[in-house]
Write a protein that binds this ligand. Sequence first.
Ligand code: SAH
Length: 390
Amino acid sequence: MSTIYLRRKISPRVVNGHPWIFNNEVDKVEGEPAAGAVVEVFTHDKKFVGKGYYNSQSQIVVRLLSRRKTDVINEEYFLEQLRSCWNYRVRLGYTENCRLVFGEADSLPQLIIDKFNDYFVIQTLALGIDVWKPAIVKALNTIFQPKGIYERNDVPVRELEGLPQQKGFLSAPFDTNIIIRENGLQFHVDIANGQKTGYFLDQQDNRRAIQHIVKDAEVLGAFTYTGTFEVHAAHYGAKSVLGLDISANAVEQANRNAVLNGVQDRCRFETANAFDVLKQWGKDGRQYDVVMLDPPAFTKSRETIQKAITGYKEINLRGMKLIRPGGFLVTSSCTNLVNPELFLQIIDMAAKDARRKIRQVTFQKQASDHPIIWGMENTEYLKFLIVQVM
Ligand code: SAH
């Protein structure tokens, strides 16, 4: 096995537990590790740091898998890791659907596995984890005997690792339009063509958090995707719910989800650009009791963070203007580039510009099947806030 020695003067980040080793942190490479191979990492003074996978093509040359010298990274290792990921979720009460593997937070860097009851969707986003795909599939078959496994590697980030974008079956083919259950409701999930892995499991606890505020309310949802929050609102007793998304596909699926749950009489969806429509309806003087917003990240890099801040502020400002005094704003942000503190500042700025007083009802993060590792900032990404708008 090849050996990597770190430079003497680097930040203590890696030694303190972060699994990423950047190009400029490496002093020397002993041996000629193949791309994707497992290497051992030591400090400049030869203290063992961990074992990880190597890719000289990537800015992040090593991602650590283990801190234990005795661990052997082989097929069996992945079986044990996946078992331990599942045990953790079972312990937290998950039975049907969960993010089974949340990459770095589960010591399996760049591996995402979503479990939709008997079906699994996998993403291997770095070369060093991609080479273990057969072992990972084998482990899933051993632990779960799934009805189907599907790969959603149609993501641009793979190209930074020299990997192609691709998607397809990792099991015998199956009908990729499935139905999952959540909080007593049912949702169509399109595993092959939906966004990301098909469904946003990270909001499953947050969807329950709207239960009381939507009762008898007129609700407007924007950035609804397949309508999960809106169908929950109708189920929890909203008088009427209108959901908006820019994607016609998402809207079609959302309307099907309303029918699936028998709430189509009071919950409907339309295709629209939320920025334009909310602005116009503000001018028209439309009012709602609850406005729910769950926009996309708006940016993928720290350099263009201002774009995200502007986007979040703008849409929340427009949302607040549509809320009757005493009503509620339910608002999310799904990028780790906007940290929780900054997100609250943005909402505060939006409230000031809208000349509305707000008070915090609840402030939550992603569901606990997406654990947060302190010091690993990309594991803390979802913010979910409910404020009352006076
Ligand atoms: N709330 C959803 C997830 C929303 S993802 C859930 O819990 O499942 C963000 C959504 O915003 C995507 O469906 C995307 O199509 C939509 N979107 C992006 N830009 C938009 C815009 N300008 N107007 C309306 N929808 C938009």
